[in-house]
Design a protein around this ligand. Structure first.
Ligand SMILES: [Zn+2]
Length: 145
């Protein structure tokens, strides 16, 4: 959709949005979808405890929730500050789950070794710029290097 918006902003000739989506979805084997959010281990574990354990862990779980909210509030405050302070940048980043390459659901693929491809995304919040750093296991592994 951003590509569509960019065409509009730059004054290129364009078709209406439903036609764009139809061509994009039917002629390019590419689809729009909302990426799955990572699940927090602490929250997920707490949800799976029985009621007795939940009672015992309630205090530490509530602290976890307070910390999570504090962290979000701080990020929003930092992003707000970065709008006016030129020397401040606020980024969020994530290493996506391994992308087996080539992708496919064909059963004969199941027994084949696939190349592990990684995507480390950095999002600069204020100018809304995304950087995807993509590499495969032949270049490097998942570590900080
Ligand atoms: Zn959590």
């Amino acid at each position: 959709m951003q590509l569509y918006k960019k065409c509009l902003e730059r004054g290129f000739n364009f078709v209406k949005k439903p036609l764009y989506e139809n061509i994009f979805n039917t002629e390019f084997n590419i689809d729009f979808h909302e990426p799955k959010k990572d699940q927090c281990t602490t929250c997920e574990s707490y949800r799976n405890y029985n009621e007795v354990d939940k009672k015992q862990l309630k205090e530490s779980y509530n602290k976890h929730l307070r910390d999570k909210n504090l962290s979000r509030e701080q990020k929003e405050k930092d992003a707000e500050d970065a709008k006016t302070e030129k020397n401040k940048i606020v980024t969020v980043y994530d290493l996506q789950a391994v992308l087996p390459t080539p992708p496919g659901e064909v059963s004969s693929f199941y027994y084949k070794s696939k190349l592990a491809t990684y995507n480390f995304t950095v999002y600069n919040i204020v100018p809304k710029q995304r950087y995807c750093n993509v590499w495969s296991e032949h270049c490097a592994k998942r570590g900080a290097n």
